[in-house]
Every structure is written in C-alpha cells, then in structure tokens.
Design a protein around this ligand. Sequence first.
Ligand code: NAD
Length: 276
Amino acid sequence: MELLNGKELAQEIRVDIKTEIKGCMIRPSLAVIQIGDDDASNVYIKNKEKACQEVGIYFRHFKYDDDTPELSIINKIKELNNDEYVNGIIVQLPIPEKYNEKRILNTIINSKDVDGLTDINTGRLVNGKKTLVPCTPLGIMTLLKKYEVELEGKNVVIIGRSKLVGRPLLSLMLNENATVTICHSKTADLAEYTKNADIIVVAAGVPKLLTGDMVKKGCVVVDVGINRVDDKLCGDVDFDSVSKKASYISPVPGGVGPMTIASLLSNVMTCYNNKK
Ligand code: NAD
C-alpha cells in the first residue's frame, strides 16, 4: 500500500506558485466574505490567509455580522467583481440560513469564482467545458493524476453528494471516462457498491464509514472526511483495515485537506492569468 501524499504534493504546488508570483508585476489577490462567526469557518479562513501569505497572494477578509442586510453583502460582491485588483472571490460557507445562498453565490462574477460554485460554472463543469472547479474535487483529481491512477473505464464510487465535493467530482470523473456511482445517506447497502469499486472517494463526514470488509483488494481510496473523535482528527475511512487491502490510500490529515488549499491557490492563479 502506498500513501497518496497530499501534503507533499500541495507543498510542491505552493512552491511553484510562490515562484510564479515572484515574477508578477501586480500581486494576485483573493477576497473572502464571511457572514457570522462560525468557529470552523474562522479556522478555515485563517488557513486560507496563511497559505495566501506564504505564496504572496494578497488576502482580503470581509467579515459581516449575521444581522447585515443581504443587499449590503450583494453590493460588496459587486464592488469586488468590478475591482480589477481582485482576482478571486469566495463566500465562506455555510452562511446563516436566513440569507439566500444561491443569490449571493450567483452574484460572484464567473471569472472570479474560485470556489466554482456559481450556477454557470457548475453547468459548464457538468457539460465537460473548461471552467473553475471547486477546490476539493480539483485537489482530488490532481492527487490521483500525480500518482498516475488510471480513471478511464474504471468503476468509481463516490460516497456523498454535496455540492462542494460529491457532485462536482461526479462530473470530473465522468469527464475522464470513468463509470461513476454516487452513494449517499439513503443508499440501502453501501458495501454492495464499494466492493466492486476500483476507486472509492468517501466524503460523508461519518468517521470510519468505510471499512476493510467493504473494499476489494488493490482499490484506490480517497478519504475526504474531516472528523474530530476524542480530540483527534480522523477521516471517513477506517485506515487500519482498509489500508491492508488498498493499493493507494489518502491519509487524514495529510491527504485531501492540503490539496484543497493548494487548489484554491491554483484557482486564484488561473483567474489572475486569464485576466492577462
Ligand atoms: P455534507 O454534509 O454536505 O454531505 C455529506 C454527504 O454524505 C451527503 O450527501 C450525505 O448523503 C452523505 N452521507 C452522510 N452519511 C452517510 C452514510 N452513512 N452513508 C452514505 N452517505 C452518507 O458534507 P461535505 O461538505 O461534502 O463534507 C463531507 C466530509 O468531508 C466532511 O467530513 C467534511 O468536513 C469533509 N470535507 C473535507 C474537505 C477537505 O478539504 N479535506 C473539504 C470539504 C469537506
């Protein structure tokens, strides 16, 4: 069994981006909009800021109270859309339920949508067109490519159908000519699907959901989950039992997490370079 070492690959990507930015006349820039004070969001935003600073991307954080009128948020996004020095815009999810998430996300101009979540960019991805791809699925595809995991004609099972991970990954895998099955919380018998899978991506948020008896020998397993159990970080895969059968497996931490951040930096650079 070999580890899909996302930490190492992400570091390589960050070094390349840092070098590229050293040669830029104008610094690329990322704007993050936060509504409310969600603990996890605070941590994710800090991590993004750190990563941006490390490579030289100018990071701007706009934090709003959760009683801010939706129109003020929309107007800020429009201002950022028109700001030629802003290359990427993120609205940190989740946002409080009272806001119209779709309307807010769709205000982001498609060319700065580094999370790849506007309806237009989502549609482009579904139709196999070149577009900005959500960071976690993009990171997974980059990781699999690095380890030369063949996708064409392979049976891929994705556990989880979220708009951030499972759904965009379905399109990306289809675009690579894989045979893709999506499983989710209503799937009656997960093992029935995973046992025949060559590649399994688990993004459910359920600790140790995938166990060794559910996979076939030689399969490739990507663990997207981030869970805290007994104050320790763990994924959705029972690493001990699955690693005995898998040919490749991504660890948690050190797998998909760092790739997500590296993909965000890559997406900012894509927007920056598209503007030239
Ligand atoms: P989500 O809660 O939006 O979606 C979870 C999905 O899993 C749903 O589609 C649900 O149907 C499915 N699911 C839940 N329980 C299931 C079960 N028992 N069997 C089968 N399917 C089940 O979550 P998300 O945003 O896609 O995130 C999933 C996990 O990945 C979370 O742990 C999250 O923290 C993590 N995550 C990690 C990264 C990263 O960079 N590593 C990025 C995004 C999300």
